[in-house]
Design a protein around this ligand. Structure first.
Ligand code: ARG
Length: 489
């Protein structure tokens, strides 16, 4: 995960001294891959096996592959066609669909960023628990304490002005890729085709509705491991040759996809679906341990710890950055734009980390804290992703960014495929997670009203009222469902 240092002028990286080092093709591809792989890869095999057989896992990857590549290329196209919109993902939403959608896009992206760190916390401590058994499982009281200490350490670091993670990024990219490649290579030798094809479409053989359900169950998982794709694309702008930008993005995306497919598919060739679904976390460590012995688990767990620490720092920087930049743009209330003397976005950071702290306590009441937190992070990002895809469609049909007569078919297709993927994901996320996320989206509207007031705009438009009303009703429905025990975490 890599972030660009925030800049107080609101324009991005203008002075040459501030410009980051230009990268060659290989380094660029590594950066693209590295910014998507964080922690999800390490438990991917188990998370997919919980609800899906080998055949469904493969179908899930085909859908995800097509969707994510279309989305990634859409982001890339938008960066190139609309360099004027440099506030990141929410500025697309705002330019395309107005301030309310823009606000919710920023809000959802921010929600996802910090919810993802809640997932990281439990994943991290399940690995630490391999070495120090007090943390075993990663979601007991000791893990909450450990994660809290880490949380506020990172907080202090950022308040003191740490905002560049480039050295950290190089170290963590190596630390995560080495064990992952080792894993893939080593289990290749243990791969058993009969094991893999056994009950390929589940117990009852092929049955459309069961396979569809299985595929649906993998969608929040495969989305989770690809979160970061928007940042990866931005980074490919650091290419020293222009022609490398597109190439590195495509190769980076396909490379990441192949890595993920191999992790999940190969695992199903060394262990039964049922065993994988119930294996301890992080699955990759225990799968490798079953193949090569204890050192396998040691290697993977060390890799995970380094990788997740780096990703945690990167995503904390980003999570605080989003409301900060949005506030500078007048989309969030001004409160979020406050900086301390080290130019750290102090208010945004306190709120973000405060919420993470609060959510760490869900470890105690949820029996699948990791699944819960990453599914919520995936659901929360659906709005910003889907809206960006819609914007790609809009841009490819509009005036700005294209020379007269320039062909747009490719861009339009990308936008349509990415939009279809976005809509499919909203369906696949399922009612439970969508209701839970409205619970988090609804309070945001109060901040929207405040930001509008500060900008001198009183009252909401008809559409804004409708949006607010829908969110509020759904949030209440979620509360009632929780109260009745129909919705649990
Ligand atoms: N803290 C976050 N919001 N992380 C989101 C990124 C998840 C990343 N794709 C991973 O697999 O780990």
């Amino acid at each position: 995960m890599v972030t660009k240092p925030h800049d107080t002028t609101g324009t991005s990286g203008t002075s040459p001294a501030k410009q980051q080092k230009k990268l060659g093709f290989f380094a660029l591809t590594a950066v693209v891959v590295g910014s998507m792989i964080g922690g999800g890869a390490f438990n991917l095999a188990a998370d997919m096996a919980v609800g899906a057989s080998a055949g469904a896992v493969l179908i899930g990857w085909v859908i995800t592959g097509i969707g994510i590549i279309a989305l990634g290329l859409s982001f890339q196209n938008l960066t190139m066609r609309r360099p004027d919109l440099d506030g990141g993902i929410y500025s697309y939403a705002r330019a395309g669909f107005g301030p309310f959608v823009g606000f919710n896009s920023a809000w959802g992206y921010w929600l996802s960023a910090w919810l993802g760190n809640v997932a990281y916390a439990t994943l991290l401590f399940s690995s630490v628990g391999y070495f120090f058994p007090v943390f075993e499982g990663g979601q007991n009281l000791a893990s909450i304490l450990g994660a809290s200490v880490l949380l506020w350490l990172v907080h202090a670091l950022i308040l003191r002005g740490v905002h560049e993670a480039s050295l950290v990024n190089i170290i963590t990219t190596i630390a995560k890729l080495v064990p992952i490649f080792a894993f893939i290579t080593l289990i290749l030798f243990a791969f058993n085709l009969d094991q893999f094809t056994f009950q390929f479409f589940g117990e009852g053989g092929f049955n459309f509705s069961s396979v569809k359900e299985q595929v649906v169950s993998t969608m929040l998982v495969t989305l989770w491991v690809f979160i970061g794709v928007e940042g990866a694309v931005v980074l490919s702008g650091r290419a020293n040759k222009r022609s490398d930008i597109g190439k590195a993005t495509v190769i980076g995306l396909i490379g990441t996809l192949i890595i993920y497919v191999l992790i999940s598919v190969m695992s199903l060739g060394v262990m039964s679906n049922a065993d994988l679904a119930t294996i301890d976390r992080p699955a990759m460590a225990y799968i490798l341990e079953s193949v090569v012995g204890q050192w396998g688990a040691v290697l993977i767990n060390i890799g995970l710890v380094i990788s997740v620490l780096g990703a945690w720092l990167g995503w904390t920087l980003l999570a605080a950055e989003i409301p900060y930049i949005a506030a500078k743009d007048g989309v969030f209330p001004k409160w979020f734009a406050k900086e301390n003397k080290n130019e750290a976005p102090v208010n945004a950071l306190w709120l973000t980390n405060g919420l993470i702290q609060l959510f760490l306590f869900t470890f105690l009441i949820s029996d699948a804290a990791y699944t819960f937190a990453f599914s919520l992070a995936s659901s929360a990002i659906l709005i910003p992703y889907a809206v960006s895809a819609f914007f790609q469609v809009k841009v490819s049909r509009g005036e700005i960014g294209y020379a007269p007569g320039e062909k747009r078919t490719r861009d339009l297709m990308l936008g349509l495929v990415a939009s279809a993927y976005g809509i499919w994901l909203i369906y696949a996320a399922g009612m439970d997670y969508l209701l839970l996320t409205t619970l988090l989206y609804a309070p945001g509207t109060l901040l929207y009203v405040k930001a509008q007031r500060e900008a001198g705009i009183k009252g909401l438009t008809k559409w804004e009222w409708t949006g607010t009303a829908v969110l509020t009703v759904l949030a209440f429905a979620a509360l009632i469902a929780m109260w009745n025990g129909n919705l649990s975490i």
